[in-house]
Design a protein around this ligand. Structure first.
Ligand SMILES: [Zn+2]
Length: 478
């Protein structure tokens, strides 16, 4: 299939045709959770944007490699691990696990690789060294290394932040700061006693310390796309709108400052979710988590439907009425699918009815226009209405129904909004089983390097392996 997708690129503030560097491959990096707590539903709205974007790219024939980081060291984590009297790795383990569980509950397909920041420290050190070599970074008198934004002429291009009034030598240590405070930022922070206490300090040629948050994503993204595909440019980079400045601005500066290549061709940013004034916000406050949804009996497909009923660049108001409507809509789609499948029976698909061809075309038209999920849902419900009418009239035979069902299922799978069981967990299990068998074959052939590589591939997806005399067992990482 030819891609006709147009996306709003934050770099240009315009809708642009999405053209990957080497089609059909798409390298897609999405900023993942900072695992200091349970991620809230607003974070998951952003992850759902990544999920539907990735699924739609796959539906239109792309070969997507999705990379998502797990930030397990930053200012906040160090502070909280210190308060808990534990190391950063131990402190973040349970929230990492919780993130995987919440992801599965919401039927978000696992990324191809999850990169935990503390596993990429050598790559971060190399990146800082490269920036020092190029004279774009410097050592401060506090022992930390800073990025000199004055030495990177295109700084501010993504966020359009005003750099004209920059005070020479002004610099910021903390990971998070506002647009008003645009200045040189820390790449590498010299180790403090608090860092040492939680195991968040590493040796580097430019001094013992730890990475700044922004540096982590640049190093992880570049490491993965270089080692997998030999490129230094991402096709797609996404995250929440709050990450545009300073996080993504700084990711661009660090990456392009070191490689000289465009870091990401297209930047996609999702708007926020508000939950003010709902029954749930009264009970849980303004930080509603996916755990809370589960406790309240919210159906994951209904939550997805609710998320997709508002365009990703508009603020989503999560309220009881909207959730109720989404739940009703989900049930209607489920009942329709049951009816269509009942007519289709077990017969092979026959000729496609015009309704199915129209569904396919209109769904693509809606999604091609900057992932127009609200319009796509409208198309889907229009199809339900038309086909129900045809079925009422007894106008369709089983083969026609089977042909329409195949189209309907493929489209419903992009959004994954049917009440039935999700396929994601099954897909993952099948994949793990297949990889374990491949690893076993490699070991029997004494190809141990290959077996190790497969093992890493499996563990990168959050799976733990245990070799027993009875064979290899696996489970989600704790
Ligand atoms: Zn990031």
């Amino acid at each position: 299939m030819n891609s006709t997708l147009r996306l709003h690129n934050t770099l240009t503030r315009q809708l642009e045709p999405f053209v990957p560097l080497h089609p059909p491959r798409v390298t897609f990096y999405m900023c993942g959770p900072t695992v200091w707590n349970y991620a809230h539903v607003g974070n998951f709205r952003t992850f759902l944007l990544g999920d539907v974007l990735r699924r739609y790219l796959a539906y239109t024939g792309h070969d997507v490699c999705m990379i998502m980081n797990i930030t397990d060291v930053d200012d906040r984590i160090i502070r909280m691990a210190g308060e808990a009297g534990t190391g950063v790795r131990t402190f973040t383990d349970r929230f990492t696990q919780a993130f995987y569980e919440d992801r599965d509950f919401l039927r978000i397909g696992p990324a191809d690789v999850y990169t935990r920041a503390t596993d990429y420290i050598p790559a971060m050190i190399d990146l800082v060294a490269a920036l020092l070599d190029r004279g774009i970074a410097y050592r401060g008198d506090d022992g930390s290394v800073y990025f000199a934004i004055g030495r990177f002429p295109t700084y501010g291009r993504l966020s359009r932040v005003d750099t004209r009034e920059l005070k020479a030598g002004a610099r910021v240590q903390s990971d998070e700061y506002a647009k008003e405070d645009v200045q040189d930022f820390a790449l590498w922070k010299s180790a403090s006693a608090a860092d040492e206490a939680v195991g968040a300090a590493w040796d580097a040629p430019f001094g013992r310390g730890r990475p700044g948050w922004h540096l982590e994503c640049s190093a992880m993204a570049l490491t993965e796309i270089r080692s997998r595909f030999g490129v230094a440019t991402l096709d797609l980079h996404a995250g929440g709108k709050d990450l545009v400045f300073p996080h993504h601005e700084n990711e661009i500066a660090q990456s392009e400052g070191a490689t000289g290549a465009t870091f990401a061709r297209c930047w996609v940013h999702g708007e926020f979710l508000t939950i003010a004034g709902t029954k749930m916000s009264k009970r849980f406050g303004n930080t509603l988590t996916v755990r809370d949804l589960r406790e309240e009996g919210v159906h994951p497909a209904a939550f997805r439907m609710l998320a997709f009923s508002t365009h990703y660049r508009q603020s989503l108001n999560y309220n009881d009425d909207a959730l109720h409507a989404a739940t009703e809509g989900m049930r209607r789609l489920g009942a329709f699918r049951d009816r269509l499948a009942g007519v289709a029976g077990q017969l092979p698909a026959g000729r496609q009815p015009p309704e199915a061809a129209a569904l396919e075309r209109e769904f693509r038209d809606a999604m091609d226009e900057d992932l127009g999920t609200p319009k796509a849902l409208g198309v889907l419900f229009g199809f339900v209405r038309d086909v129900n009418r045809a079925l009422d009239q007894g106008a369709w035979d089983a083969a026609t129904a089977a042909a329409a069902l195949a189209v309907f299922d493929a489209i419903a799978d992009v959004l994954d909004i049917l009440p039935g069981e999700t396929t994601v967990a099954d897909d993952l299990a099948a994949w793990v089983e297949e990889r374990i068998a491949a690893r076993q074959a490699a070991r029997q052939a004494r190809a141990f390097a290959k077996a190790d590589a497969i093992r890493k591939e499996i563990t990168d997806r959050g799976i733990e392996l245990e070799d027993t005399p009875q064979g290899t067992r696996w489970k989600r990482k704790a």
